[in-house]
Ligand binder design. Structure first.
Ligand code: ATP
Ligand code: MG
Length: 397
């Protein structure tokens, strides 16, 4: 029944030239998302800046379109629209009755008809059309009633060359279209938190590159596949993700051999940050993103975050989950669809070498001193890790 979708998007703070960039990026992302839905679609923008998805094919997968549009950042809400070709008032009366009958199972509601005419040549005024169509609905469905001030159902009728009827508004993903705010490097582990951090960053229009550290043979191919699968889920929102997979085994072993065991985690984390920073610079990213939140584990006390952060010299580290409780993060991961994958029980490279009693209040000077034990070996190991980097591009159509 629905032949197009009206896309509602926020424009606050998006003016002038930026508005075109915003709209073009939004249209590009809508097209990308619709590639996953069966059917042939055209994305159009009218003079007023309104964006429509028009269905071109005879058949299409309605649910898949709803799913796809629900994953596009920048869309606040979208409305499935019915097209009516015969614009005569007799036909519109019949069509509005059919519309209400098909769209609403329970018609015990208050409603209002809200007509707009693109051409004033239509033989009736908007208010006359409101009255005629309202009366048709009331006659066909006596359980409804009219409320022009606070209707439960607001039925829009737009008279152009054809007539558009819509009333349902489906909430979108919000945020800003991908590609409007630069690129960052996400440290993506197989856990619950980092995919959510990636989602939150992408939501603000940021392109996501990702880096995953694995430690074969201590971590398995299945653990790596899990991270690729998580990147695919993020890509449904963010578009293609360039996932850099770095072999961390020898660096981890060197740290294990040469540094105090209660400092392993923090020193490992500092090397992860350094490598991520290097890859970020090479790939034009303007910051790093992690899934850390204050106090969640020993490596995320303020002192630990201070020492971790000090390893990064040239760019900011964004931590979008910094003030969230674990349960809030879990709820969000369920909502965006990463939770089920995140909780699969494969080993993480950090957990293999963790000490029984890691330092919770590391001091930068002391950690730096311990790291000096790695002088002479670490540069070579870093070069080897960079050289062996594996790039997987996920979510490319
Ligand atoms: P997550 O659920 O995201 O794994 P976590 O609560 O397990 O987080 P940590 O393991 O201490 O916390 O990791 C903190 C952050 O460091 C992660 O959110 C992620 O950004 C990054 N990180 C940890 N391990 C890896 C890894 N193997 N590869 C890439 N990034 C990692
Ligand atoms: Mg983890």
């Amino acid at each position: 029944m629905f032949r197009s979708f009206l896309i509602k998007y926020g424009e606050i703070g998006v003016k002038g030239k930026n508005r075109y960039l915003f709209e073009d990026a939004l249209i590009r992302q809508i097209k990308y998302a619709l590639k996953r839905a069966d059917g042939d679609f055209l994305v159009t923008k009218d003079k007023g800046g309104r964006i429509f998805v028009e269905v071109k094919s005879e058949d299409y997968d309605h649910d898949a379109v709803i799913y796809a549009l629900g994953h596009v950042f920048g869309i606040i809400a979208f409305c499935p629209v019915v097209h009516v070709e015969d614009t005569s008032i007799e036909n519109l009366r019949a069509e509005i009755v059919r519309y209400v009958g098909e769209v609403f199972e329970d018609r015990n509601f208050s409603f209002k008809i809200n007509t707009r005419r693109a051409h004033k040549s239509y033989p009736m005024t908007s208010m006359e059309v409101d009255a005629a169509l309202g009366e048709a609905v009331l006659t066909a469905y006596p359980e409804t009633h009219v409320d022009v001030h606070k209707p439960e159902v607001d039925i829009r009728v737009e008279i152009r060359d054809i007539v558009h009827i819509y009333s349902k508004e489906i909430p979108g993903a919000g945020g800003m279209p991908i590609g409007t705010n630069g690129k960052t490097m996400l440290l993506l582990s197989g856990g619950i938190d980092s995919p959510v951090a990636g989602y939150m960053t992408a939501k603000r229009g940021v392109i996501i590159d990702a880096v995953y550290f694995h430690a074969p043979p201590y971590t398995s191919d299945r653990a790596k596949q899990k991270v690729i699968d998580l990147a695919k889920l993020i890509a449904q929102y963010s578009g293609p993700v360039y996932l850099h997979i770095v072999n961390f085994t020898d660096i981890q072993l060197a740290i294990y051999e040469k540094c105090p065991h209660d400092e392993l985690t923090i020193i490992m984390r500092r090397y992860m940050m350094r490598i991520a920073e290097h890859l970020a610079e090479k790939n034009d990213c303007l910051g790093l993103v992690t899934g850390e939140s204050i106090g969640q584990v020993a490596s995320q006390t303020l002192q630990s975050l201070f020492v971790t952060d000090a390893a990064v010299r040239s760019m900011p580290v964004y931590r979008p989950l910094i003030g969230m409780d674990k349960q809030e993060i879990v709820d969000l991961s369920e909502k965006i669809g990463t939770y089920e994958t995140s909780i699969l029980p494969y080993e993480d490279c950090c957990t293999i070498f963790v000490a029984k009693h890691p330092v919770t209040k590391p001091k930068l000077k002391i950690i730096e001193k311990s790291e000096r034990n790695l002088d002479g070996v670490i540069d070579g190991l870093l070069e080897e890790a960079y050289a062996a980097e594996e790039l997987v591009i996920v979510g490319r159509e």
